[in-house]
Design a protein around this ligand. Structure first.
Ligand SMILES: [Zn+2]
Length: 443
């Protein structure tokens, strides 16, 4: 576990183990705890023998279990309920009488998975169900109790692992609220994490930035606990704490350059996709005020259908992942801003208005509704799927540069971006090439 953390540049102290242990699809690093895996494997192999369809094996193990239980509990006859309680470690036993055996180990498994301090599961018991032994698992206090019988024998390992992950995730989300903020966003779209499995579209330097970043553990003034050290930003005069979100979103040192570049890079990428999509022939303006409206708002993308009856306003935003709520807030703000600003004006002009926010999290997470927005902007579904890892990688790359530039100042030399591509220099790409004429509306 330690080396996995080291490899991913996660601080060894104070970083949650759950982040390492949870599967990649759930936002973790997918390295299951070897101890828990060994415990579960042992439990499963023993249960498989007790449930075996081969009567010889079944009898051998059942008789063995009965013998051990009789000796250790100190009874002449034992029934199935006794056996279940014996295996669940609910009976007082004298384990010295028989010596260490397979069933001592089963009791140890039960203890370490649910009874010790820091055990992952809420409860794990062997019970009697319809004349046979079965396993009862309850992942957390709130979750329902699940019972696995002989019928689930083949999938037992998979099912038990699932319960273990549910428990880990629950503990991570409820007890480590700040460190799991970003992971909750990753979970709503697991592709944001696909690079962990295949390296994908994320450079090594960005990966080394993204993992501590997603855990809210990047070294910065606010994240230090040293006494007497300032928590204020080292670069700007805003008198704000130097938090991760300050560095990546609002710091005066970066907002006019790299933060804007990050936004524009996403905008450029989406704009190119839209141009090649089914709405490529719509009248399009980028980052300008909308003519004939008198409004000073500049939507990132203004699309008007050739018949002039439908208008789509799209706006890119790259917020910090303050949980699902933070992302939703960024989304809603865009909708409110442009609906309030334009709806009435376009209604008077007889045009329908659709506002489509395009949201990508600054630590390389994809906000699911953005997919729908792009499809409504005429981009093919398959194309959207393809560009998600690229876009996430690109944003992480910009954020990485933003962070290191903040720490090192002008000494920091930006590394070239290999993944996802950069936007062209300057603002020329925002201009319409042929200078499309906007017709005057007569009121
Ligand atoms: Zn600052």
């Amino acid at each position: 576990m330690r080396s996995v953390k080291e490899f991913h540049n996660i601080p060894l102290k104070g970083s949650p183990l759950e982040y390492v242990q949870l599967p990649v699809g759930k936002g973790g690093l997918g390295v299951a705890c070897p101890k828990n895996t060994a415990l579960l494997t042992f439990l499963v192999t023993i249960m498989k023998k007790l449930w075996s369809s081969d009567s010889y094996i079944r009898k051998l193990y059942t008789d063995y279990l009965e013998e051990v239980a009789k000796v250790e509990i100190g009874k002449f006859e034992v029934n199935l309920n006794d056996l279940a309680e014996f295996l669940s470690d609910e009976r007082a036993v004298d384990s010295k009488l028989f010596g260490f055996n397979a069933f001592t180990r089963v009791r140890e498994v039960v203890r370490s998975l649910c009874k010790n301090k820091d055990s992952p599961l809420h409860s794990l018991k062997i019970i009697e169900r319809e004349g046979k032994l079965a396993i009862s698992v309850q992942a957390t206090e709130e979750s329902i109790e699940k019972i696995f019988t002989e019928d689930q024998e083949k999938k037992l390992m998979y099912l038990l692992k699932g319960e273990l992950n549910t428990a880990l995730q629950h503990r991570f989300f409820t007890q480590k609220v700040f460190k799991s903020e970003v992971m909750r966003v990753v979970q709503q779209h697991p592709q944001s994490n696909s690079f962990v499995r295949n390296g994908g579209k994320m450079s090594f330097s960005a990966q080394r930035f993204v993992h501590p970043g997603r855990l809210n553990q990047l070294p910065c003034n606010y994240n230090t606990w040293a006494k007497g050290r300032t928590k204020l930003c080292r670069r700007c005069a805003k008198n704000e704490n130097e938090t991760q979100s300050h560095i990546l979103q609002v710091c005066d040192y970066s907002i006019g350059n790299i933060i804007k570049e990050r936004h524009d890079a996403v905008l450029y990428k989406f704009r190119e996709l839209i141009k090649r999509g089914s709405k490529g022939h719509w009248l399009e303006r980028t980052d300008r005020t909308v003519p004939n409206t008198g409004s000073q708002l500049k939507p990132d993308l203004y699309l008007e259908s050739p018949d002039g009856k439908h208008v789509i306003l799209a706006d890119v935003t790259v917020p910090y992942e303050r949980g699902i709520e933070g992302m939703q807030k960024a989304w809603n703000e865009k909708i409110i801003k442009y609906t309030d600003g334009y709806k009435e004006i376009f209604r008077r002009q007889g045009k329908s208005l659709v506002v489509l926010p395009l949201v990508v999290g600054s630590l390389g997470t994809w906000w699911k509704p953005t997919e729908e927005s792009l499809i409504k902007l005429g981009v093919e579904k398959t194309t959207v799927r393809r560009i998600i890892p690229e876009t996430c990688g690109m944003v992480a790359e910009y954020s990485k540069n933003c962070y290191w530039r903040h720490i090192y100042g002008e000494k920091y030399i930006q590394t070239p971006m290999i993944n996802g591509g950069e936007k062209p220099e300057g603002n020329d790409w925002k201009k319409c090439k042929k200078g499309i004429k906007v017709p005057k509306v007569t009121n």
